[in-house]
Design a protein around this ligand. Sequence first.
Ligand SMILES: *Cc1c(COP(=O)(O)O)cnc(C)c1O
Length: 316
Amino acid sequence: MMNMTPTYKLNSDEFGALYVKREDMIPYSFGGNKARKAFHFFQDIDKGDYDYVVTYGSSHSNHCRVVANMAAARGKKCIIIGPAEVSDSTYNSEMMKLFGAEIITVPVDQVSRTIDDKLDELRKLGHNPYFILGGGHGNIGTRAYIACYQEIKEFEKANNIFFDYIFFASGTGTTQAGLVCGQLLEGDDRKIIGISIARKNPRGRDVVLDSIREYLGQKEFESAGISEADIQDKTIFLDDYTGDGYGTDSIEIQDVIKKSLVMYGMPLDSTYTGKAFLGMEKYIRQNNIADKNILFIHTGGTPLFFDDLNKFGGKG
Ligand SMILES: *Cc1c(COP(=O)(O)O)cnc(C)c1O
């Protein structure tokens, strides 16, 4: 599919061995975890004779941008169903339009029914739509992050290092489910810590657990002998750093975004990676683990960085 995403040590005064894996540099449509997942979904799509790709997400959605791009490149129609509550213009939504996606916005409580109706309508008209859950959720998305986990293993082997901790922004939990499945299948012992960007526990963690169980419940993994206790043990979903919920910014997050850009030349956004990076820093300090080998997975969202940029107002 593609080469390993860049992984390297950050030049930090505070953290001795803090590495980043730059999933935002996946070379397709501004990258990110949604690009990695979408590559796997489109492998599936390319096997069938689908003429429509239908998915859902808000006007801020990185997933919808990447899916709209991949559909357009194949000459397939793309329909995006989104909540009217979050339908303001963003760089992602402008790109969805550029890719010619049909965007249908309805009140959030009608999203699910609208999807069903649209799929029915297309099929009645003789079309063959492929439906992707929001955020690229589901076993195919999970598999994409098992592949990412394997890249991390390769990096460790080639560089003679072992990451004691892996941190990243966790939303729908698919990225986390894939990483944890990867770990369980390898039998490694380390802490994989999803920093929730919105959901609270127990629901947030339960969704990750469900994705892991669904994936490992497939026939091919019967012999792997992974127990429910193993799954529980490895699934760490922290909801301490969600702030005021999805997409809510704060001075602290803006400071981290600014620092990361100035010190590391690395863009973060306030919804996902900035919030998670801040949560990770706090966790490292609170748990005195600054001397450990730590990996932060940069999950993307570059267009969101530009949506935020005007907040910094000149010298700031
Ligand atoms: C969607 C997204 C996440 C969360 O990924 P999930 O697999 O839904 O948990 C994290 N970071 C960015 C930039 C995203 O777009």
